[in-house]
Design a binder for this molecule. Structure first.
Ligand SMILES: Nc1ncnc2c1ncn2[C@@H]1O[C@H](COP(=O)(O)OP(=O)(O)OP(=O)(O)O)[C@@H](O)[C@H]1O
Ligand SMILES: [Mg+2]
Length: 242
């Protein structure tokens, strides 16, 4: 059976899909079987970040509505991650129950399933939350993002997840010292959630959105993904601020 994580946030654009792609790829490099599922109906992007957009024919909406078999919808990305694309339209067609049934049926074949949720706490979030048993909430270190991340976290806590962790993305050590951005302790306090890790602001991650190419292995973000992946696998990895 797999560990099924929802990746959620309050505000949009904080790096959920970037994180889903990075951590899925890193786990696949460590020989884990990983399925990444884009749950952002109408605004999908994870196919671009996993560099497999050209291979997507069907999506999980087609699976739920019996237009194709699940193995026809799963794309094998070159990096070793299996990927399921989100439908382009008709959010109303899918119930949390039908989505959960599909994910549960896939669960025995994977070590990890990541559900890349849309921003906010609307119906797409509810769909992903209903199928997950663990959660990762993501924020950048500014008050507006942290507050809405805390709100998303509170919603997830109500669903009875077995574990919820916080990821702080786009972190900059120097501006944090000097300006009004929150520090890591404040992010933890405000969200009342245990820290999973920190990913620094890294321009090579922004390039990934354009080219689909992952950051080089010595880039600060690649090293952060490596540490976070270790923690997800139960390793005791030190916290690094860079
Ligand atoms: N640590 C980082 N450093 C620099 N840029 C980043 C970082 N993380 C993400 N980005 C960039 O921020 C933008 C938004 O990232 P992404 O699409 O992953 O966010 P999201 O939370 O999934 O957005 P949405 O809510 O729209 O789904 C992208 O251009 C991405 O490359
Ligand atoms: Mg996204």
């Amino acid at each position: 059976m797999s560990e099924i994580y929802i990746i959620a946030s309050g505000k949009g654009g904080v790096g959920k899909s970037t994180f889903a792609a990075g951590v899925s790829r890193e786990l696949a490099y460590r020989e884990k079987k990983v399925l990444a599922v884009d749950c952002d109906i109408g605004l999908r992007s994870l196919d671009l970040l996993l560099n497999c957009a050209g291979d997507v024919v069907f999506n999980w909406g087609d699976v739920i509505t019996n237009r194709c078999a699940v193995n026809e919808a799963i794309v094998k990305a070159e990096c070793g991650v299996d990927f399921l694309a989100a439908p382009l339209y008709s959010e109303d067609e899918f119930t949390p129950e039908s989505f959960k049934d599909m994910i549960d049926a896939l669960s025995p074949g994977y070590d990890f399933i990541f559900l890349d949720a849309p921003a906010g706490i609307g119906s797409g979030f509810a769909l992903a939350a209903g199928a997950a048993d663990k959660g990762i909430i993501i924020t950048t270190p500014d008050s507006v993002c942290v507050r809405s991340c805390a709100r998303a976290g509170d919603e997830l806590k109500k669903t009875g997840l077995s574990e919820l962790r916080l990821l702080v993305n786009m972190f900059e050590i120097k501006p944090t010292e000097k300006s009004k951005l929150l520090n890591i302790d404040e992010c933890i306090d405000e969200t009342r959630t245990q820290l999973l890790g920190i990913i620094p602001l890294d321009r090579s991650l922004a390039f990934q959105s354009v080219t689909g190419e992952e950051p080089g292995e010595f880039s600060p973000s690649a090293q952060a993904f490596d540490r976070i992946t270790g923690r997800l696998l139960g390793e005791n990895v030190e916290l690094v601020f860079e």
